[in-house]
Design a protein around this ligand. Structure first.
Ligand SMILES: [Zn+2]
Length: 432
């Protein structure tokens, strides 16, 4: 039985309104007690973490990662992806199914679950595709995949363009109480775009992706969700219009949520220095107007979640121009610090609010018993030094991917320890 005591840490737990210095006791994978500091004198054989001066909060949860296994292990695999997650403070991540082959059957979900249990120490939850092979023609065995361990269904990487088929999938998802993580991109409008359609795409003479590419499908799927009662989660929202659609939908429909990503909060198209693949992702970096609307929505909580859309690629693939490089950037090892620096350090929101968007709310969407520091709950815990400033250095990443636009960025908020199910899965001191 593993025992752990986290002493003198500043606990932040938005679910219970905890904000103060406590000692936390962990035994057999669960939180067993939270007390005023230094009230217990005999710790027995427990592993003691001195968290004085550090912040202790529920393990971070990422609803949107790409671990590339099977099929593209040269970019990332489940083991390296999970190590990157632990180093970034994440104890639960949801893995998108756009691998090769696509994860689209109960058997493939079972194979993923088996592999995850063999090579990771955190909760990696597979997501099943909405259509077979993500071809948009035949709906997958959604109840079978849920029974096998799928936490959600998603066609991430593209949209199901056939509205009738999407509606049918939503009906099945509703009957089986499984959420839909919705990648919104109208395939008929995108037309080879590689970056935001705007000032910078004109300057760089590159084909653009307009805001409506995203918003048209969001609007369609919000209507279909209202009609079917499905639980709809809008992935990687990037535009002011998306914020408005989400906020309007929430006025009359409760089974809807949305996420944005750290790079859409921290960067705009203006930050693209030159034509380089590390600034290429889908959806693209938008304008400052969009960025400010997203920031505001995250602050208010109408934008429920911050996910990473962690999308590793090889160096060779990303050391290319916008036209040639694949879409996507890594995010697991920079997300917390970038968000903390941009949102909390700059005074836009509280640390409790940030932990809500990065842990409590994602847990609620997954309907999982985590995202809270409650007695009897799994000991999924992240410990960070909010005052430590450092420079982002991709050579330290656990991920195989180093494709980040944040190289050299000065940030606050260093992850010190990540504890998953009562076990230390990351220790920054031991790691250096
Ligand atoms: Zn996507």
């Amino acid at each position: 039985m593993n025992k752990m005591i986290i002493k003198n840490g500043h606990l932040i737990d938005p679910a219970q309104g905890l904000d103060g210095v406590y000692d936390m006791f962990v035994s057999d994978g669960k939180i067993t007690d939270i007390t005023e500091p230094n009230t217990v004198s005999d710790y027995g054989d427990a592993d003691i973490i001195d968290a004085a001066g550090l912040y202790v909060f529920p393990g971070l949860i990422d609803l949107h990662v790409h671990f590339r296994e099977p099929g593209f292990e040269y970019k990332e695999n489940i083991e390296t992806g999970a190590r990157a997650a632990a180093a970034g403070g994440f104890t639960t991540v949801c893995m998108m199914p756009n691998t090769k082959p696509v994860i689209d059957t109960p058997d493939k979900i079972r194979a993923a679950v088996k592999k995850i249990s063999e090579v990771t120490g955190i909760n990696v939850l597979p997501i099943g595709a909405i259509t077979m092979g993500q071809e948009g023609k035949l709906i997958t065995d959604i109840p079978g995949m849920k029974a096998a361990g799928a936490c959600a269904i998603s066609e991430d990487g593209k949209s199901v363009m056939d509205a009738a088929l999407m509606k049918k999938a939503m009906q099945i998802a509703k009957e089986n109480d499984i959420p839909i993580f919705d990648h919104c991109e109208d395939a008929t409008l995108v037309r080879g775009g590689v970056m935001n359609e705007g000032k910078r795409s004109v300057e760089l003479n590159l084909p653009g992706i307009a805001n409506r590419v995203e918003e048209i499908i969001e609007e369609r799927d919000i209507r279909l969700a209202e009609e079917t009662g499905a639980r709809l989660h809008l992935c990687h929202c990037t535009t002011e219009g998306s914020v408005k659609l989400l906020e309007a939908a929430k006025e009359k429909y409760r089974n809807i949520s949305g996420e944005t990503c750290p790079h859409y909060i921290a960067l705009t198209e203006e930050d693209i220095p030159f034509d380089h693949g590390n600034f290429k992702m889908n959806p693209p970096l938008r304008t400052d107007r969009d960025r400010l609307a997203l920031k505001e929505a995250v602050t208010k909580g109408t934008m429920d979640v911050i996910s990473t859309d962690h999308a590793p690629h090889s160096r060779e693939e990303k050391e290319q121009s916008f036209l040639k490089a694949p879409f996507g950037i890594v995010g697991l090892e920079t997300s917390f610090a970038v968000c903390y620096t941009e949102l909390v350090k700059k005074g836009k929101m509280t640390i409790s609010g940030l932990i809500d968007r990065m842990s409590r709310r994602p847990a609620e969407i997954l309907k999982r018993q985590t995202g809270v520091l409650k007695i009897g709950y799994p000991a999924d815990i992240t410990i960070a030094d909010l005052n430590e400033e450092y420079e982002i250095d991709p050579s330290t990443f656990k991920s195989k991917g180093v494709n980040t636009p944040f190289t050299g960025k000065k940030v606050f908020g260093r992850i010190k320890y990540t504890i998953s199910g009562g076990y230390k899965v990351y220790d920054q001191e031991a790691d250096r």
